[in-house]
Design a protein around this ligand. Structure first.
Ligand SMILES: Nc1ncnc2c1ncn2[C@@H]1O[C@H](COP(=O)(O)OP(=O)(O)O[C@H]2O[C@H](CO)[C@@H](O)[C@H](O)[C@H]2O)[C@@H](O)[C@H]1O
Length: 763
């Protein structure tokens, strides 16, 4: 019963309040394209109708009057006659001016082409412009300087010419426009004009939407000169002359304007993009999702898209300012008020959704609490996030729901595509909005009992979308399933993982669903934020003996960071000992237990090991235990420290990633950027990004092992250490190749853009 009420109460809200309000909010933006259309077409209609009607009425009357040699009608007729004569006079003047101008152009053209010829040959240029043989001048600098001056002079002359031509043209244009306006007044067209103005106003009701007006008005003005009914032919001629003159002037090779803005990289594909994620660095991050939600939007913004990130407001973030906007959403029968906070950084709008349930977190963990608590948080978050483009004006203007695509991430926001369909698109709303669902990790799905369905607040018939049967869970409620089915496109974070999720082993029960939706699935390897993760710029290397370094200073900068790390960790400071790092969530996925199994062999080697991570309590204890056992070689840092992660990435020689599965993996990318060599289990994104070292051809980026097995790990790590010790040149070659790669988000963003466009045209 509750489920029914939950579902329908929301629909009532849609019918009565929310959507009405929303429609109001979105209309200024969404309708702008339509408005433009209305504005232009109504204007055209005005011009066409106005022109025809005025011409036929006045024109015919005047001609008949002339033919009869007498005043046919009344005073009005006189006024019209006089006005037309005056117009004819003025039009003649215009034609005379234009003729004169054309003559001037022809003369100036001759001069310009002779100058151009001279510029073509430096010698002739010099002698022609100075009147003396400057090539004999032994002072090369002065000659060059002179020739520069001459070039500049001729260039300036040319500019002056274009400029003056343009001025003349604009004079004529404004003359025509003024006359057109006068003519309108004479012929009573001012009535039409005000009607047209009204139409323009109408298209931007009370909003003062300047962007819309400025789009419409310029298209109106040139047309205003048309209603010269009787002098149509002359006008036609004038306009042809005018356009010839403009073409003439514009065909001249004007020097490029230095600060002219290049078109967006995305070109015509520019869209409004809203990335919705449960975490986003630097405010909140438990893993790679936080990194992606922070960096991908910036990369999309660099391509010219209008981009927003929506994330829960878990704490007080200095960059987030209150907007004063409040909305209510129903979650499991309870109305909850959210408020929106906002920031604008690096060309991206960040919107934070605030409610006490995002702040009162069990154990201060954003995924903390029982299954139902987490689910309620995600329901509220998705319901509020989907309406942000209507309610929250960013930079003064709401995104609106046209040309809009949401990028939802993992199961936490997989409800968003479902809500988009169920609440809006199925009801004829948000028709031009699309959703893309990104799988960062399919192992977490938002599973629960089918009874949980009532919490998501959807009509009963949607339950089937969430039902999944698998041998482990039986028939259960699965949020990822529903999201994958309803999203317009699906992305996984590497090619390898896109293949793995379709297998029984890699799909975690979702492989059938993913196979059924294979047509909309694409793998795109994550990039890295090259500002945040750059050895040249890293802000965590400004103290404690660390230093920034680059490819050029690799051999001095990196050892300095290694020494600083050894000192900071209390390990013996030794340049020659290989230092191995591990950074990651301590769970089954990351294969920490494989490291544990390999530990006896590892500590038998002359090496140092540092492990940083949080997660499963037993694995955290294991880290502490290793440190206690092997104090001269091993450090186990239990905790989440971004600074330490950066320092380990720079100071270590090797990054070990024995992940059982790894959708993409970011640490190996960061490591390569820092000249730190990855040793990885060749799976998912690790296989995509770490080409194994080939000692015969000096190729490759690291070492890989092909099964999640400690023996294989030892074998790969053994080869790695051997190269470290005995083949220094090869080692440096691997480091340099890794550092030289373009791992930025730019390439990945371009591929995301292709997905967004595909989604946009998905009906
Ligand atoms: N204790 C700690 N202290 C400080 N920083 C820590 C840390 N533990 C982890 N980190 C940082 O968190 C990030 C983890 O990146 P991963 O690629 O391992 O992501 P994760 O597996 O969480 O996410 C999922 O999503 C990402 C993004 O798509 C995929 O790359 C990945 O394969 C998939 O499992 C890195 O920036 C790492 O430095």
């Amino acid at each position: 019963m509750a489920s029914v009420r939950g579902g329908f109460s929301l629909f009532e809200k849609i019918d009565n309040g929310t959507i009405n309000g929303s429609c109001r909010a979105r209309s200024p933006f969404e309708i702008s394209g339509y408005r433009k259309y209305v504005g232009v077409s109504s204007n055209l209609r005005f011009v066409r109708d106005g022109f025809c009607r005025e011409r036929s009425k006045k024109g015919r009357g005047s001609l008949v009057a002339k033919a009869a040699g007498k005043d046919l009608n009344n005073e009005e007729g006189d006024v019209t006659e006089d006005a037309l004569n005056a117009t004819l006079e003025k039009s003649k003047k215009v034609l005379a001016m234009q003729k004169d101008l054309l003559q001037q152009i022809a003369e100036r053209k001759k001069i310009v082409s002779s100058i151009k010829k001279n510029i073509g040959s430096p010698e002739s240029e010099v002698s022609a412009s100075t009147g003396s043989d400057m090539s004999k001048d032994s002072d090369g600098a002065s000659t060059a300087g002179d020739s520069d001056t001459k070039y500049d002079r001729s260039g300036r002359f040319f500019n002056d010419f274009v400029q003056s031509t343009k001025t003349e043209v604009s004079k004529i244009s404004s003359f025509i426009a003024t006359e057109g306006t006068k003519k309108e007044r004479v012929e009573g067209v001012s009535h039409q004009r005000s009607k047209q103005d009204e139409e323009i106003k109408e298209t931007s009701p009370g909003t003062g939407d300047k962007s819309v007006q400025s789009k419409v008005v310029p298209q109106v003005l040139p047309q205003a000169s048309k209603p010269y009914g009787l002098v149509k032919e002359e006008l036609k001629e004038m306009q042809t002359v005018k356009s010839d003159v403009v073409e003439e002037a514009e065909s001249k090779p004007e020097p490029e304007e230095k600060d002219s803005k290049p078109p967006p990289l995305a070109g015509a594909n520019v869209m409004n993009v809203i990335v919705v994620a449960a975490e986003c660095a630097p405010w909140v991050k438990t893993g790679g999702l936080g990194d992606v939600a922070s960096a991908l939007p910036r990369a999309l913004a660099r391509r010219g898209h209008r981009v927003m990130v929506v994330v829960p407001h878990y704490g007080d973030y200095p960059e987030a300012q209150p907007t004063g906007i409040y909305k209510w959403y129903n979650v499991a029968g309870q109305d909850m008020e959210v408020s929106y906070f906002q920031g604008y950084i690096d060309g991206v709008d960040f919107v934070f959704i605030d409610n006490y349930i995002f702040r009162d977190l069990p154990n201060n963990n954003i995924y903390g609490g029982d299954r139902l608590e987490v689910l309620k948080r995600m329901v509220l978050f998705c319901k509020a996030a989907i309406e942000v483009p209507w309610h929250v004006p960013c930079g003064g203007v709401c995104y609106g729901d046209g040309n809009l695509v949401f990028i939802a991430n993992d199961w936490h926001t997989a409800l968003l595509p479902v809500y988009l369909k169920a609440y809006y698109r199925d009801n004829g709303l948000m028709s031009y909005t699309r959703s893309v669902l990104v799988i960062h990790n399919v192992a977490h799905q938002g599973r629960g009992s089918v009874d949980d369905f009532h919490l998501v607040g959807l009509p009963d018939h949607y339950v089937d979308l969430f039902k999944l049967y698998d041998p482990v869970g039986g028939e259960h409620f699965n949020i990822f399933t529903a999201g994958l089915k309803t999203a317009d496109r699906i992305v996984t974070v590497s090619h390898g993982y896109a293949w793995e999720v379709k297998t029984q082993e890699g799909g975690w029960g979702l492989h059938n669903i993913i196979n059924e939706n294979d047509w909309k699935l694409r793998g795109i390897v994550n990039g890295i934020d090259t500002k945040e993760w750059s050895p040249e710029l890293d802000i965590h290397f400004k103290s404690d003996g660390y230093t920034n370094y680059s490819l050029n200073t690799l051999t001095t900068g990196k050892p300095q960071c290694k020494a600083a790390l050894q000192r900071e960790l209390g390990l013996p400071v030794r340049k020659d000992v290989p230092l191995i790092g591990f950074i990651g969530r301590l769970d089954h996925q990351k294969g920490v237990d494989l490291i544990a199994e390999a530990m006896p062999w590892m500590v038998s080697q002359d090496l140092q090991l540092v492990m940083l991570g949080t997660g499963r309590a037993d694995l955290e204890n294991m880290l502490r235990q290793f440190e206690g056992q092997y104090r001269d070689k091993v450090r186990g840092w239990v905790g989440f420290s971004v600074k330490t992660a950066h320092r380990i990435t720079a100071g270590a020689d090797v990054i070990l990633m024995p992940s059982r599965f790894e959708p993409c993996g970011l640490n190996q990318l960061y490591a390569m950027r820092y000249g730190t060599i990855p040793v990885v289990h060749a799976v998912g994104g690790l296989r995509d990004t770490v080409q194994p070292f080939d000692p015969f051809n000096e190729r490759g980026l690291g070492w890989t092992f092909d099964s999640a097995d400690s023996g294989r790990l030892i074998h790969a790590l053994g080869n790695c250490l051997w190269t470290y010790r005995d083949y220094k040149k090869s080692w440096e070659g691997i480091q340099r190749r890794g550092m030289m790669q373009d791992l930025s988000w730019d390439n990945a963003a371009q591929q995301y853009e292709e997905v967004l466009v595909a989604a946009k045209y998905q009906w």
